[in-house]
Ligand binder design. Sequence first.
Ligand SMILES: [Zn+2]
Length: 264
Amino acid sequence: MLKMYERNGVLCAEGLIETIGQKVFLYMVDGLLIDSGPEKLREELLSLFQENDFDQLVLTHNHEDHTGNAAWIQNNLAKPIFIHPQGLSECLGAGDYPNYRRITWGGREAFSPQPVSAAIQSRNLKWRILHTPGHTDDHIALYNEERKLLFTGDLYVAARTKVSMKTESVPKIMSSIRLLLDNEFTAIYCSHAGYLENGRELLEQKLRYLEAISVKATALAAGGESAQQIADTLLPGNYPIIRFSEKEWDTVHLIRSILDEPLF
Ligand SMILES: [Zn+2]
């Protein structure tokens, strides 16, 4: 069941992928829809798309749990769709990703988005588009200074990240979090953790955590340990996602991305 409620004038749509217990949040504010959700939730999301008046869809990044209904919106509602220029070509073809993601989120049909500008206008509000790579290269956050609204896509998700995707970069995630923290806000709207009243604090916590891991990993690497040994030392534990994803997610990817961009 899709839950819909309002937080600070933003319509929040909260869906649940029951097979993995993962939540997905879509937001609508001032005629702006942020992300389209996964195909698996399409039937539930149709009420959000059809019963609420919106003018444009902005995608925080190209992943299928954010873009899974973009083609439907383009074909049925003919709304303009925007994504960071680096995500454009990915969207022009059908989603090409591993089977476990297809099972979890569903498919992602091709659609034709436009490149988002550095600033966009909704009915009454002006938004700054903050390029915040790290989770993906095309990741953006949306910020409205007047009302201090910040949509962070998949940049936050959790404070103490243990596993990451092969394509993620912890150093880039840290720079992106610092970029967000340069702006004035206290709450954030996260695509998987929802509306977080103390979002600034949580982003600061995440940054400190990743900084600490980076310093420790760098020191261990200088002592001759391999990325896998460092991962086993700093991020011990059993993470089912590693096997489930056939290692597209792993603790070692997180460590490797740190060692790829040396601190000193
Ligand atoms: Zn993502």
